[in-house]
Design a binder for this molecule. Structure first.
Ligand code: NAD
Length: 286
């Protein structure tokens, strides 16, 4: 396929490379001038999208997504499908799809889980909202960039699932860290704590797969000086999106809101740029 790829950051660039490795023709664009031995990069947004069958965006937020869509929608051929893989607020995702639909174009919101490692290895999970025919047409691309793609519902459903999932992740990581800190204070051996909890009713992804304590359980960012992984800044962003969605839908999410407040505090006191599991030490020192 002829693909225009907008947003060549930590996630976008390796995703674009994986598409090229499987024989697709990709033209990339980023606000910041980038260079790459594999990805052909254009200086013009119009050149990036004109004549392309698929446009993929991997941008920081909803406002950059809407800005890009406003600039490109008139340049696209009528059969083009837009896939937005960024994590953005549900309202912007729906608005972007609506703008595309008004021009007779199909658009999918398709945020990802799996981080930079998943983008590099082509093992991302895509949570998709939008039209089933468009989803089926671009599923081969999801299968290159990822290991799983689920059509979750109409426009905005992908972003909705993503923020629900990450609200669970933020809350459960904090709970696991609180338990480890209390275990320390109770004089427990951290390995024994892991051995029991990881196979007991307290088991969850945050402890089993992403244990926040160094030298315990599988190899995680905790064993690598908390270099992300998934950064605390991105967790704060996602918890902020969850908080906004909760307010907009009048949902009672006290733990989600508290998780947002704790990550905000952590990020303002040295957590920025660290893996989100480093909140362990913030909790220990609080
Ligand atoms: P990044 O900051 O590394 O990359 C974003 C890129 O978009 C940058 O290169 C920036 O210059 C470019 N950009 C911004 N505005 C633009 C515009 N108007 N036109 C063209 N390019 C523009 O971010 P990332 O880590 O690659 O994340 C991208 C998205 O994926 C975010 O929405 C993030 O929340 C989501 N995400 C990231 C991870 C992760 O682990 N990094 C995991 C899951 C989801």
């Amino acid at each position: 396929m002829k693909i225009g790829f907008i947003g060549l950051g930590n996630m976008g660039m390796p995703m674009a490379r994986n598409l090229i490795a499987e024989g697709h023709e990709v033209t990339g664009f980023d606000l910041i001038q980038k260079s790459d031995p594999l990805v052909q990069i254009s200086k013009l947004l119009s050149e990036t999208v004109s004549g392309k069958e698929v446009i993929i965006t991997m941008l920081p937020d909803g406002s950059s997504l809407l800005e890009v869509y406003s600039s490109i929608l008139n340049e696209l051929q009528s059969e083009a499908i837009l896939i937005d893989c960024s994590t953005v607020d549900v309202i912007s995702a729906k608005k972007a799809a609506g703008m595309a639909n008004e021009k007779g174009l199909k658009a999918l919101d398709a945020p990802v889980s799996g981080g930079i490692g998943g983008a590099e290895d082509g093992t991302l999970t895509f949570m998709v909202g939008g039209d089933i025919a468009a989803f089926e047409k671009v599923t081969p691309l999801f299968n290159i960039m990822g290991q799983k793609a689920v059509l979750c519902g109409e426009s905005g459903a992908g972003q909705s699932v993503k923020i629900c999932n990450n609200m669970i992740l933020g809350v459960s990581m904090i709970a696991v860290c609180e338990a480890f800190v209390m275990a320390d204070n109770l004089g427990l051996d951290r390995s024994k704590m892991f051995d029991v909890v990881s196979t007991a009713s307290g088991s969850c992804w945050a402890i089993n797969t992403y244990c926040p304590v160094p030298n315990v359980g599988p190899n995680t960012p905790a064993d690598n000086n908390y270099i992300p992984g998934f950064s605390a800044d991105l967790m704060l962003k996602d918890l902020g999106l969850a908080k906004t969605a909760a307010e907009e839908t009048n949902s009672f999410t006290p733990l989600g809101k508290e998780a947002y407040a704790l990550y905000e505090n952590f990020c303002s006191k040295g957590g920025k740029g660290k893996d989100f599991s480093a909140i362990l030490n913030f909790i220990k020192d609080s």
